[in-house]
Design a protein around this ligand. Structure first.
Ligand code: PLP
Length: 406
């Protein structure tokens, strides 16, 4: 059974005050807080078990390597990838998508080839494709969301033409909270022979993810949103795509043999993991995933669905609040502006005075902001440890903003 008080007690930072008020942390879409088990694991890794991985034969290196490598299997299990060999460890989603851009897409694309993106992508799933536009003359085809913030899978599939080489879409919008039917997109794209990259940065923390069932060719996750350390993450790469991909970075660990004239690469996935990795960050991510799986992804999703329904009801009651995105598949992420009120930054500052942490700005999603016709929004994004009481604190603080500014 999901025990919210037990979960809250596991996150020490939730006990602190901000500006004399109990912290209400609603900036989880940017980065989630860390449970004590993760903090302890980081401490232990440095205080008792630290050494570089893979290369050493001594005891500490063996322990560190076992712990580090053990995370690959945990991620494979967490994503149901079927094998740890299709999990590439990295520093997060940004690195994962750049790796696909440089290592898979660039060598197989030329001027006039197309990449299909949705308008609600994070810059991490836009800028690496702009690089290909700038360097190779690749064309980015955009698919809009409708007025509810929904992305119609059929519209994405319809945008795929003979020159399309890749579809890259988010599983969950970091601005609107819309959960996208990526399984339908994968099925439709594959029927046209086109691979799909899914940005799972936001989704993987809120719901069970099964990359095998989705049928994604690439699925990127980022550790710091999964209650793990920043600088950790992974990308699932389907076996066929893995075989096609060239290494993005060269260096130690990703090679088998180097001579003056030749280089032989290691087997995947290590072929794509050059240099000393984020050892302790990755170990911390493994503990965070264990923690989430112990709580239970279904239980987390159910708690957040209740929280989201409660928040939606309350926020909808504020008739001066403009909420962006009304998708029926919306998760617990709410972006809003206050009619006639000051800039989102001012709203965020007032909320902070009440101990409420939200994000304000363009959320690394400028094309979406332009599409919506808004300069900046405030975003309240929830996590497994948030409560309906905290929603009430948010609502009170928003009413204060309305009184002050509107
Ligand atoms: N994609 C989405 C949807 C995100 O929300 C984020 C982070 O905000 C990213 C990608 C980038 O993740 P990271 O900065 O951890 O690489």
């Amino acid at each position: 059974m999901f025990d919210i008080q037990k979960v809250r007690d596991d996150f020490p930072i939730l006990g602190r005050q901000v500006n004399g008020k109990p912290l209400v942390y609603l900036d989880n879409g940017a980065s989630a807080q860390k449970p004590q088990v993760v903090i302890d694991a980081i401490y232990t890794a440095y205080a008792e078990e630290y050494a570089n991985v893979h290369r050493g034969l001594h005891t500490l290196s063996t322990i560190a390597t076992e712990k580090y490598e053990g995370v690959r299997a945990k991620i494979a299990h967490f994503l149901n990838s079927g094998s740890e060999d299709n999990i590439i460890l990295n520093s997060g989603t940004t690195e994962g998508i750049n790796m696909v851009s440089y290592g898979w897409a660039a060598p197989r694309m030329q001027a006039g080839d197309e990449i299909v993106l949705s308008i609600m992508e994070h810059h991490a799933n836009i800028v690496p494709w702009h690089f290909l536009r700038e360097r190779l003359g690749v064309v980015i085809k955009w698919v809009d969301v409708d007025s509810n913030g929904d992305l119609d899978p059929e519209a994405v599939i319809a945008a795929i033409g003979p020159k399309t080489k890749l579809v890259a879409v988010t599983h969950m919008s970091n601005v609107l909270g819309t959960v996208v039917d990526v399984k339908a997109i994968c099925a439709g794209a594959h029927a046209k022979g086109v691979p799909v990259l899914v940005d799972g940065s936001q989704s993987a923390v809120h719901m069970p993810v099964d990359v095998t069932d989705i049928g994604a060719d690439f699925y990127a996750i980022t550790g710091h949103k999964l209650y793990g350390p920043s600088g950790s993450g992974a990308i699932y790469v389907a076996p066929d795509r893995m075989a096609e991909m060239r290494p993005f970075m060269g260096g130690g660990d990703m090679i088998r043999d180097v001579t003056r004239d030749t280089v032989t690469y290691n087997d995947p996935p290590m072929k794509f993991e050059a240099g000393t990795p984020g050892i302790v960050q990755t170990i911390g991510l493994g503990v965070a995933l264990d923690y989430m799986m112990d709580v239970g992804m279904d239980a987390i999703a159910a708690h957040e669905a209740d929280l989201s329904a409660y928040a939606r009801g309350k926020l909808d009651g504020l008739n001066w609040l403009n909420i962006q995105g009304q998708s029926l598949t919306k998760g617990a992420i709410f972006s809003f502006t206050i009619e006639g009120a000051a800039h989102a930054h001012d709203i965020s500052t007032v909320l902070d005075k009440k101990g409420v942490a939200v994000r304000a700005g363009t959320h690394c999603a400028m094309p979406l902001m332009e599409h919506m016709g808004v300069g900046a929004t405030c975003r309240a994004s929830f996590a497994m440890y948030n409560t309906t009481d905290e929603v009430d604190v948010l609502i009170d603080a928003l009413e204060l903003c309305h009184d002050l500014f509107a």
